[in-house]
Design a protein around this ligand. Sequence first.
Ligand code: G6P
Ligand code: ZN
Length: 546
Amino acid sequence: MTMDIQTFDTTPFPDQKPGTSGLRKAVSVFQKPHYLENFIQSIFDILEGLQGQTLVVGGDGRYYNRQAIQIILKMAAANGVARIKVGQDGILSTPAVSAIIRKYQALGGIVLSASHNPGGPKGDFGVKYNISNGGPAPEKVTEAIYARSKVIDKYYILNAPDVDLGTLGESKLGEMVVEVIDSVQDYQELMESLFDFDRIHQFLTSGNFRLCIDSLHAVTGPYAHALFEQRLGAPAGSVQNSIPLEDFGGGHPDPNLVYAHDLVEVLYGENAPDFGAASDGDGDRNMILGRKFFVTPSDSLAILAANAKLVPGYQDGLAGVARSMPTSQAVDLVAKRLGIDCYETPTGWKFFGNLLDAGKATLCGEESFGTGSNHIREKDGLWAVLFWLNILAVKQQSVEEIVREHWQAYGRNYYSRHDYEEVDAGKAKALIDNVRSQMPNLPGKQFGKYEVEYSDDFSYTDPVDGSISENQGIRIGFTDGSRIVFRLSGTGTQGATLRIYLESYEPDTAKQNLDPQEALGNLIAIADEIAQIRTFTGREQPTVIT
Ligand code: G6P
Ligand code: ZN
């Protein structure tokens, strides 16, 4: 068969710098002529040995997923890729892509998602390249892609009809094999290898435990349906909002107390079930709820670490744990007691990759509703849900009891994040610059009963490859262990998002029952005093509090 490869002349777009999690832009930006093609060709151009290799492609089903996949398939064929595994109907969750890259030793994969950002024609779209370990490309790769995108002048695409993504099986696109795979199967097999499915099945069918999983009309719908209802025996309807929609039903597919309001209503309502969980657009985040009880992601990580030996996949214990810098120090306390290392990385899952590859960490987590382990190289929403269910099935306690016992044993790290979304980028930068300029004078300074112990701009030296990442967020630590962190989000697409992370430590069990906003009241006021948030942003209050 002769291949009809078309070569297009193109000119660079100046804005194709991948952020915390790949290139994320409004759909309309990706729809500009040549925009997606330029970025995809930039990826292909910097991949050594691409020809003859296997790639994995799939996305969270948001608007433009299908069109983008057709373009990527045809470009891959024109660039000499031998085989592409693509999820049926273009659907693959981010953790599933990671699992499939690893299982089939693919060169890498392309994930189409803007994660928790809204979808639809007016929403966001995103492209992320993952490397052969299944994880997001490290900075040296994303920088190479960006550098390439600034000088690109040609891309290659096969002139061919669209591939039928609805039917499982192999077909040819030029000389490349396109393999449409079941979106769930490989992922489910991996989960069955880690968790005690029989025990969880027994637990879910015992009649003593009810759960509600909310897929927020995003990618985890088919996965959650197959796992919890079909395989683990939860009654039909236990998974809600389970059909992936291109616009996520108009919602914001972010599993937190604000955006997962349907689920929150169920878990805080009359006759509430025992357990609730939600995932984000692409399935890598999770929120865990008990009956009328919210588990802070930082606590969730600590609790999974403390109870890991109850789960078959982790029964031999953990090599170490890792958390991002703004994540609370609850897991540090667990690591200390277990006698294992605890690593503090910048925000962004990619920073865990080396630690996992080197066997230095087994569990990782972030305050931003991400938890995961060495089973793949992405965070994994449904994995976290299964981990919790496995623990619950063994301990036969409620979520709230498990969390409260954990606080009794380790102390409670009160924690909250205040987000100011879509702030004018210049004003947000001015706010950060102002805080940075105060840094040298803060140590020793007294704010009521709080004394500043240290203040720095977080810098990370990767213990595996020695790479250095600077300016990762301003930390202000107090002598009693409390912390305030100021950071600008690297995932937003509109203006800037200011994040303020607040943490205090309470070892006294009698004082562990406060509302975090109340417990952190003094720190919230200090953060405002230092950063002059209202003056700089013009905002009276945060957009989202988690
Ligand atoms: C994504 C990344 C996470 C990160 C989160 C928030 O989910 O995968 O690693 O913690 O975004 O990032 P941001 O830069 O917006 O705070
Ligand atoms: Zn996500």
